[in-house]
Write a protein that binds this ligand. Structure first.
Ligand code: ATP
Ligand code: MG
Length: 356
């Protein structure tokens, strides 16, 4: 049976790495009807939005999509298409496995942990007010009335909503994932000592949920201490569950433990849709040069194949990637540099995909 999948190439290195990914998936023999849809700054002129309705409709129909990264310009009014997609389909769980590969060039060995990041609220909700906005003055008065120390008049403000229901569903997802995948421990990451209301709520809910899973070990850790622990003893960690922003940052840190952003796959899972994408962004600095590492995108496709029930093909892809990296002859520059200190002898994006 053929699977219908929306493919959003994205921009920056997106088109190159998704092309490499697609060729690898096709080599497995699994039949996929690719519905290619463009989104991002490139379609703004034509459709007046970076995320046109027909793209949303296509994903709503197939319920499965794989995408390349889409650039979010820093500090402009342009909202992130990546975030908008996660919000639109309520893809509340961002799951990012970080697994050491032989030959990944990392200074760490045998890292095997999974980030479960809340994907819909927290500071990523994007509720913000510029300095000087009327709301900032109103909020300042509100804070004053509540008896708390208020902020400077020239402040910009971000609102950090953390809800009981969304905290519960992400922590439950993490425990269910742990059970399903035979994992032993879930660590809730927070800063509840400082953000007693928001992170305090997250931690309280996490503890409540954990009580329902006596078969899985549970602990919690402050986010800063987690960062230190991850680089000192990554093998102490198994499944980490985090609010959105900490999840974003710790994801990149963990990618660094397993060879860098070019290696870390991911998925965004909702109740009825799933969108697969690498952890990294569009890397405009290396776009269009056939030097980006497509591993993260290829491994994201393997996660997608698992989701589609094509576990055999998914395992074959993972084995092929692992063998290619281990042989070390045909790897991209980022891996080469990690392995040898120089990019000399590296191959391009498509040549790596050929090797896989
Ligand atoms: P975003 O805000 O979308 O997460 P970012 O600012 O975190 O984006 P990325 O695009 O994720 O930045 O990448 C940061 C840097 O890491 C890039 O500039 C690039 O040098 C490197 N990088 C990212 N992805 C890859 C890849 N697939 N292969 C090689 N290098 C990469
Ligand atoms: Mg990033």
């Amino acid at each position: 049976m053929a699977h219908d999948v929306v493919l959003i190439p994205g921009d920056g290195i997106g088109p190159e790495i998704t092309q490499a990914m697609r060729r690898v998936v096709e080599a497995t023999g699994v039949q996929i009807n690719w519905n290619v849809q463009e989104a991002g700054a490139g379609v703004m002129d034509e459709f007046g939005t970076p995320l046109p309705q027909h793209v949303l409709d296509a994903v709503a129909e197939t319920k499965v999509a794989i995408k390349g990264p889409i650039t979010t310009p820093v500090g402009t009014g342009f909202r992130s298409v990546n975030v908008a997609l996660r919000k639109h389909f309520d893809l509340y769980a961002c799951v990012r496995p970080c697994l050491s590969q032989p030959g990944d060039g990392s200074r760490f060995r045998d890292v095997d942990l999974v980030i479960v990041r809340e994907n819909t609220e927290d500071l990523y909700a994007g509720i913000e007010f510029d300095e000087g906005a009327a709301e900032v003055e109103e909020l300042s008065q509100l804070v004053e009335r509540s008896g708390q120390k208020t902020f400077a008049a020239d402040s910009a403000i971000s609102i950090k909503p953390i809800s009981i229901a969304k905290s519960r569903r992400i922590v439950e997802y993490a425990f269910e994932y742990a059970r399903r995948c035979g994992r032993k421990k879930v660590t809730a990451v927070h800063k509840a000592n400082i953000m007693k209301a928001t992170d305090g709520l997250f931690l309280r809910v996490a503890r409540e949920v954990a009580a329902n899973y006596p078969d899985i070990e549970f602990n919690d850790k402050i986010v800063d201490a987690t960062c230190m622990g991850l680089v000192q003893n990554p093998n102490d960690f198994d499944v980490l569950v985090l609010p959105n922003l900490y999840g974003d940052i710790v994801s990149d840190l963990c990618a660094g433990l397993v060879g860098g952003l070019g290696m870390a796959p991911g998925s965004n899972i909702g109740a009825d849709c799933a969108i697969f994408e690498a952890t990294h962004g569009s890397a405009p600095d290396i776009a269009g040069q056939d030097i980006a590492n497509p591993t993260a995108e290829i491994l994201s496709a393997a996660m997608m194949l698992d989701h589609l029930g094509e576990n055999d093909a998914a395992n074959r892809i993972r084995a092929a990637v692992s063998t290619t990296l281990d042989e070390g002859e045909q790897v991209t520059g980022d891996v080469r540099r990690a392995q040898t200190g120089s990019v000399e002898g590296a191959v391009g994006t498509q040549a790596f995909a050929d090797a896989v």
